[in-house]
Design a binder for this molecule. Structure first.
Ligand code: S5P
Length: 259
């Protein structure tokens, strides 16, 4: 017998972490499993893009260290947009050092990520200490962490045992880890979210090793929960219309999995 696929609302009620609960509720309310990867290099361009596509997304993903003009005012405006359109903010910093170092990378430096991000992520190559370091900083704040269990790029090493150990670290840290960056469903725990980058409306690849799957393949066939889309949206001639199309494609694929 096929196990019953739970709705976002049903899963929200089973989450102990406030961030995954909030995200699943937004997904249910706004009917979207789309995360915008806003990989543009000027803060004004990023804010304009997010304001236009805001109604279609459940979360925006940033790379703060690729912005030419990152400043506190940008953070303030991004937070205002997240309230206006009801989405979360995910800083894709991919922490990957020993616990003591990530404490400072997460809380300090120019970006002070722990002051504004709802969601962050980490590689597990250093072992569980990276999660413990990040969790120390997140103490008392509403921040959830994703572990990079699989990657979309050709030839990556996040496979096999590495992926399995990563899933184990996630399952052992439910107070902080809310899910994975991955290419397929890795855990049957309804509280753990699966988010997949490398998504376009057609399969293919770029010139630097990125590989693309479709929303249908990622959500319906591989059982992931969330699609992360960058160039498919901000590289389109009409990003708002592109976001709307990815929203529909992703949500239809989710409904197909439920039925
Ligand atoms: O395995 C990965 C993990 C991530 S977070 N592959 C990825 O592509 N990403 C990120 O997703 C990457 O850093 C980029 O910000 C985004 C994909 O962008 P796109 O333009 O290829 O859709």
């Amino acid at each position: 017998v096929k196990p019953k696929v739970l709705t976002y609302a049903e899963r929200a009620s089973q989450c102990t972490h406030s961030v995954s609960r909030r995200l699943l509720k937004i997904m249910e309310q706004k009917k979207t499993n789309l995360v915008l990867s806003a990989d543009v290099t000027k803060s004004k361009e990023l804010l304009d893009l997010v304001d236009k596509t805001g109604p279609h997304i459940c979360m925006v993903k940033t790379h703060a260290d690729t912005l030419d003009d990152f400043c506190d005012d940008f953070v303030e405006k991004l937070k205002q947009l997240s309230n206006k359109h009801n989405f979360l903010i995910f800083e894709d910093r991919k922490f990957a050092d020993i616990g003591n170092t990530v404490v400072h990378q997460f809380s300090g430096g120019v970006h002070r990520i722990s002051d504004w991000a709802d969601v962050i992520n980490a590689h597990t190559v250093p072992g569980a200490g990276v999660v413990q370091g990040l969790q120390k900083v997140a103490q008392g704040k509403d921040i959830g962490c994703l572990l990079i269990a699989e990657m979309s790029s050709a030839g990556n090493l996040a496979t096999g045992d590495y992926t399995q150990v990563t899933v184990k670290i996630a399952e052992e840290n439910p107070d902080f880890v809310i899910g994975f960056i991955c290419l397929s469903k890795l855990s049957s725990n309804p509280a753990l979210l699966h988010m997949t980058p490398g998504v376009q409306l057609k399969e293919g690849q770029d010139a630097l090793g990125q590989r693309y799957l479709t929303p249908q393949e990622v959500i319906s066939n591989r059982g992931s929960d969330i699609i992360i889309v960058g160039r498919g949206i901000y590289g389109a001639s009409d990003p708002t219309e592109a976001a709307r199309q990815f929203q529909i494609a992703g949500y239809d694929a989710y409904l197909a999995r439920l039925s």
